[in-house]
Design a protein around this ligand. Structure first.
Ligand code: HEM
Length: 553
């Protein structure tokens, strides 16, 4: 080795240059626009090195020497990064995890691309315990103390994982903000989710619910994809609730706006590239295409401004039409904020409702009990879309919704925060976690932790939500129900702002559907395989749920 170094100044000097670059970038992480700058510097460095060597050591600038210089430079840079990441000197060296995850985030990116990240993260926690290294500078934690330390009021801010939800030159939506800006924006958003505001949205749930009912009735007796119909409902609802825009997917029985695919593809791409921060920064430099969701919300927002609105939709609150703020919200926020509301309020709620149907149809006893409860509280002649006063009596229905959210939370993994630079680090899960580390709290794994929910944390047992029934069903076994560890809507100051709206929507629409229709899995549908096909991309993407629907006599 020494001979090679002595005999070839290109090998020796470019290897040292590669190492030097690693140590420089470890301290000065390339961010945002400097990513391109960094890439250019890396490409230029070996060339400059060769030029210097030509001057001081009479080295030829031949094709062979140029190739050698670049090869050695990038190999030395890559090797030193890899060795450091798996070495005992790395700040996360004591956190267990598989070597490939320690070496590169590209592996996680690949797993995300396969859609299987929830299975992989679950498996890692089963193998390595409640704290696992899931990336060179990333850990995943699933014990209650860590959930509180990361997501709670004294917890960590949103980090680079959220930068992905942004376009070049555009501000972040609420979900990607931190500090005072977050406090101010969340205050404005919160006015759109008070119980008074929810009452304003209720007539939209009623109209869209009735359209759903008409759509199902028109297809009675034939096979239909319930996942798609529930997604039509949430998109029709949320478009009108946010921007007063009628997408009319339920009426048409199809999405001719392209909105559903736009949201789903966008979420998938954002989630995949979001695993490697600098790739996200590069992607954020690419100008948006015409199909971008923010173009849609921009156009609908413009229309909303021109036509105004008779009701207080979310736009009313986000633009502070009520005049509560001393300083009017920056209009540049509106496109991303409206896009966030469409993404956050659609596939999440429809996934939760789709899961509910899968669980009750998979177990005839559960289905019968839900239907008996619906019939008791909403007998024929009553309208569950207009009367919400009986919701409080529907213990089993709520238990099924909650248990569905626990077993398959629509946001399966994700909920990532960062130990901020300048904080000096933080103790999490009994370990000192260095600045710059991303910390993920995957809801599905927190829910499957037997210290939080047991017995059988991975099974759908709605009775566990009804204390007297839980005692009977688990017969003398120690029953654990740690409510603070129930985090389908996340936890702490950045908890889902639409939680109460989602619960209201689900109760109204699901009760209406059970009251008016009989459901069964389609004859040729392999329903047992269905959960295995869940794809974890920001929110869950589900396979078609094929059912046959018949109006009840
Ligand atoms: C069952 C339905 C829903 C589920 C499971 C759900 C889940 C979540 C989760 C897990 C987060 C937090 C992500 C994190 O901490 O990193 C979140 C945030 C958020 N959700 Fe929901 N959500 C649902 C429905 C809704 C609805 C209906 C809306 C509004 C129309 C909404 C709007 C939001 C917004 C704006 C945020 C960002 C909050 C912030 O960063 O302060 N969500 N949601």
């Amino acid at each position: 080795m020494a001979t090679v170094f002595n005999s070839n100044p290109i090998v020796a000097t470019t290897a040292i240059l590669g190492l030097a670059n690693h140590f420089y970038f470890k301290r000065h992480e390339p961010v945002r626009t400097t990513v391109i700058h960094t890439a250019l510097v890396l490409l230029l460095e070996p060339a400059i090195q060769l030029f210097v060597l030509q001057r001081i050591a009479s080295i030829d600038i031949s094709v062979a020497n140029v190739t050698l210089a670049y090869l050695v430079f990038f190999s030395s840079l890559a090797m030193s990064i890899v060795l450091y990441r798996i070495s005992p000197f790395h700040p996360l060296a004591k956190i267990p995890g598989p070597v490939i995850f320690k070496i590169t985030k590209f592996w996680r990116m690949y797993i995300c691309w396969t859609g299987q990240q929830h299975f992989v993260v679950m498996d890692l926690h089963r193998r390595y315990g409640p704290i696992v290294r899931t990336g060179p500078n990333e850990i995943s934690v699933i014990d209650l103390a860590s959930v509180k330390a990361v997501l709670g009021s004294e917890g960590l801010p949103k980090g680079p994982a959220y930068l992905r939800l942004k376009d070049a030159g555009q501000p972040h939506s609420l979900i990607g903000t931190a500090g005072q800006e977050r406090t101010d924006r969340r205050r404005i958003w919160s006015r759109g989710f008070t119980s008074e505001s929810l009452k304003e949205y209720q007539p939209i749930i009623v109209s869209r619910g009735n359209e759903m009912s008409e759509g199902l009735a028109a297809r009675a007796g034939s096979e239909l994809d319930l996942e798609k119909w529930l997604a039509f409902y949430t998109l029709d609802f949320v478009s009108e609730m946010v921007l007063g825009y009628k997408t009319e997917m339920l009426k048409k029985g199809q999405d001719d706006t392209g909105l559903m695919e736009l949201i789903r593809t966008g979420a998938r791409v954002a989630e995949i590239i979001g695993h490697v921060t600098w790739v996200t920064h590069l992607a954020n430099l690419i100008p948006t295409s015409n199909l971008d969701l923010r173009q849609v919300t921009g156009a609908w927002g413009q229309r909303r401004v021109e036509t105004g609105s008779k009701t207080k939709d979310l736009w009313y609150h986000l633009t502070d039409e009520g005049g509560h703020e001393k300083v009017k919200p920056n209009p540049a926020y509106l496109r991303p904020e409206a896009a966030l509301a469409l993404i956050a309020g659609s596939d999440t709620t429809s996934t939760a409702m789709t899961n509910f149907f899968w669980f009750i149809l998979a177990d005839p006893k559960v289905y019968k009990r839900v239907r008996d409860e619906v019939d008791r509280e909403y007998p024929p002649g009553t309208d569950p879309l207009r009367d919400t006063s009986r919701h409080g009596n529907m213990t089993f229905m709520k238990a099924c919704i909650n248990e569905g959210l626990r077993v398959y939370p629509p946001v399966l993994t994700n909920c990532t925060r960062v130990v901020p630079k300048g904080s000096g680090g933080k103790f999490i899960g009994g370990h000192f976690i260095a600045e710059g580390t991303q910390v993920q709290v995957p809801p599905v794994c927190v829910h499957y932790n037997p210290d939080h929910f047991s017995p059988s944390p991975e099974s759908f047992i709605p009775e566990r939500w009804i204390p007297k029934e839980a005692e009977a069903i688990f017969k003398g076994q120690a029953v654990k129900m740690k409510m603070e560890a129930f985090i389908p809507f996340s936890y702490g100051p950045a908890i889902c702002i639409g939680k109460h709206l989602a619960m209201l929507e689900m109760m109204m629409v699901l009760i209406m559907m059970i009251q008016r229709f009989d459901f069964e899995f389609a004859p040729d549908f392999d329903w047992k395989e269905w959960p295995e096909k869940k794809v974890d991309v920001l929110a869950t993407r589900d396979a078609p749920l094929k059912v046959v629907v018949k109006p009840r006599a």
